[in-house]
Structures are given as structure tokens and as C-alpha cells.
Write a protein that binds this ligand. Structure first.
Ligand code: AR6
Length: 214
């Protein structure tokens, strides 16, 4: 079985996947950023459950139910706070992705969506973090090809989407930039129309702006 990777723009709380990943803190407390959005959308029961699961050291993960979210599980993954990059932040971020994948695999989640862990409030440079995210997931699915059917990287900011796309290409990962809203076909980087900021669907030929794709 082949695992399909997707890089999408949007809000992870709306993702209809088995597991969404929360960029959590060690206390497993509702914070800002994607964490705040997840707690708000899931409702109070998520807060009560995670009170019983913490603390969670950096690099480790905890699994909870997803309550009002469309997902089945939330995997709370604590990424490193980036200082100067000399305190093993890279190894901790690798651990964070790897432990998330192991926990999702163990919970039999077949589809999973990641935010760009640590790249907001925790200040990890987006390019380095993206390389770790994509490479760690790609390595995992090579090792366990039957673990996941779909892995999504959800970019909240359009500029992050461009970085994910560039790094995916530099790693030779052929990831679609989105899905056509008209016919649900995968749209890829090579479908970009020459000299235009539009992508032409390879199936129905509908032109889309990047932010119009699913
Ligand atoms: N969907 C997807 N991605 C999002 C969303 C969303 N709804 N909202 C923000 N992002 P951050 P961190 C992106 O700061 O750096 C919290 O307070 C955001 O643009 O949420 O790991 C926690 O409780 C960025 O690319 O997480 C911790 O205390 C990415 O999510 C601390 O922040 C991660 O940004 C964790 O900091």
C-alpha cells in the first residue's frame, strides 16, 4: 500500500482524518495558536481529558479523544522551543514527529494531519522544521508502508505552503499542492500555468488559485 502525502492550506480543526496533531505544551494546557483553536473547537471535554494525561516532556506525545472535532483522536505533540538551534532542537523535533507517527500507528489511525509543529510561538525556523517534518514522515512510511493511507501537512499561512512545496520537491517527494474543488483530482506543482498564479486541474482543466484548492 502506498501512503499519499498532501500539503494543504487551511485550518486543521476542520480536517476529516482519523488523527489530527496538536502543537502542544508540556503542561497539555490550552494555549494560543493551533492548540487554542483545537481546544476551542473540541469543547471542554478535551480540556478535562488532557488534565489527566500531562505533563508531557518535549519530544513526547499523548493521545486523547477528539470530542466535537471531526477527527477520532488528537495526538498532542510537544515540539521544542527554538532558541539558537544549539540545544538539540532538531533531534527533539524529529522525536516529536516520530513519536506522533508511532502513537497514531498504534491507535490504528490510517489518516493523519499535522500542523507545522514548533514554527509559531515556539519560533522554529520554517524551512528547517519543514525538512524535518517531511523527511521523518517519509522515512517512517518507508519503514512501515502499511501504516497510513494519507498524511496531510496543513499550512495555516500561504507562505508556509510554498516552503512545504519547495522542500517536498527538494526531497523528491511528489506531493500534490491540493485537490480540485470541481472534480477532486490531485493538482500538482507541474500543473501551474506558465506565467500565471493559477493551477490547471489535470482532469477537468478548471483553473484555480492555490488558496482555492482543497
Ligand atoms: N490550523 C493549522 N495550523 C495552525 C492553526 C490552525 N487552526 N493555527 C495556527 N497554526 P503554534 P508552536 C499554525 O504557535 O510553535 C501554543 O500556545 C501556525 O501558523 O500553534 O508549536 C501551545 O499551547 C504555525 O505554523 O505552535 C504551546 O504553548 C503552526 O500552527 C505553543 O503554542 C504552529 O504554531 C506551541 O508553539
Amino acid at each position: 500500500m502506498e501512503t499519499k502525502f498532501f500539503i494543504h492550506s487551511g485550518d486543521i480543526t476542520t480536517c476529516k482524518v482519523d488523527a489530527i496533531v496538536n502543537a502542544a505544551n508540556e503542561g497539555l494546557m490550552p494555549g494560543g495558536g493551533v492548540c487554542g483553536a483545537i481546544y476551542k473547537a473540541a469543547g471542554n471535554q478535551l480540556y478535562f481529558e488532557t488534565l489527566t494525561l500531562g505533563p508531557c516532556p518535549t519530544g513526547e506525545v499523548r493521545v486523547s479523544k477528539a470530542y466535537k472535532l471531526p477527527a477520532k483522536f488528537v495526538i498532542h505533540a510537544v515540539g521544542p522551543i527554538y532558541l539558537e538551534g544549539k540545544d538539540g532542537e532538531d533531534l527533539l523535533l524529529i522525536d516529536c514527529y516520530r513519536n506522533t507517527l508511532e502513537a497514531a500507528h498504534k491507535a490504528q489511525a490510517k489518516t493523519i494531519a499535522f500542523p507545522a509543529i514548533s514554527t509559531g510561538i515556539y519560533n522554529y525556523p520554517i524551512r528547517e522544521a519543514t525538512e524535518i517534518a517531511l523527511k521523518t514522515c517519509s522515512d517512517y512510511v518507508k519503514e512501515y508502508p502499511d501504516a497510513f493511507t494519507e498524511i496531510y501537512f496543513i499550512c495555516f499561512k500561504d507562505e508556509d505552503l510554498i516552503v512545504y512545496d519547495e522542500i517536498a520537491h527538494s526531497l523528491d517527494m511528489n506531493i500534490p499542492v491540493g485537490v480540485c474543488k470541481e472534480c477532486l483530482a490531485d493538482v500538482r506543482k507541474e500543473d501551474k500555468m506558465p506565467d500565471r498564479e493559477l493551477y490547471e486541474c489535470p482532469e477537468c482543466f478548471h483553473p484555480h488559485r492555490l488558496d482555492e484548492l482543497y
